[in-house]
Design a protein around this ligand. Sequence first.
Ligand code: HPA
Length: 281
Amino acid sequence: MKDADLQWTLERAADAVRALCARECPVLLVLGSGLGGLAEEMESPVRIPYGDVPGFAVSTVPGHSGGFLIGDLCGVPVIVMQGRVHFYEGYPMWQITLPVRVAHLLGAQTMIVSNAAGGINRDFRVGDVMLMTDHINLLGMAGHNPLIGPNLDTLGPRFPSMTAAYDPALRQAALRVAAAAGVDLKQGVYAGLAGPSFETPAELRFLRAIGADAVGMSTVNEVLVARHAGMRVLGFSGITNVARLSQDEGEPPSHQEVLEAGPKIAPRMLAIVKGVLGKWT
Ligand code: HPA
């Protein structure tokens, strides 16, 4: 997409959201597969289906009901992305990441992002919550980075740093909250792949060898766009299944398994997110 077209698309989408709810929200919260329940904790949110925002794509995946929710969580005005679209659905990168850029235009300076992920680290179990310390952008390495194309200097720099993509101070805050709440919060590196096929055992052994602790099909593109815009990022992976590193180990992964693990993960993830928000001001 040409830069003038992206600017126009962004402004039109932001205007449409403002017309429905004119609140300035400092925090964007992105909810992944099966974690939509976090939104029920919000006080009287305004719901804006993605289909009502020009330019936004609508998810085709069960478990990803799509829309912005704008309201208060723990006294902090937040925009919640309830569901997201993925590269494997066939949408272009600019469209996958558009809601993050719009939320930034609407005042979001921090993004708290969550996803469902497969556990690669041997210490991880189904139901664990992992604080993202870093990512490996395998999609980007294969030439699919949302920042490819003309750079809009109004959005961010041509060559943004990803050295501290996951904000160290916010990570410390999350660790403190988890410790105080008695929640076992794992930490690790998330490998972002395109999907939609799950990984082969050989691919999982490769991911472990390069230092990945968890693997998923989302998040990285949103993080790149958020960091490009100078937003601070805090990320959590809910471990919905664990890697089978050989063909003889256990059952193959399924989307059903991913959805079933969501309710086990959501209460602990919610406790941490609420704890971090509670310390916001
Ligand atoms: N692989 C990729 N993405 C995922 C997985 C997985 O095992 N589990 C949940 N999302």
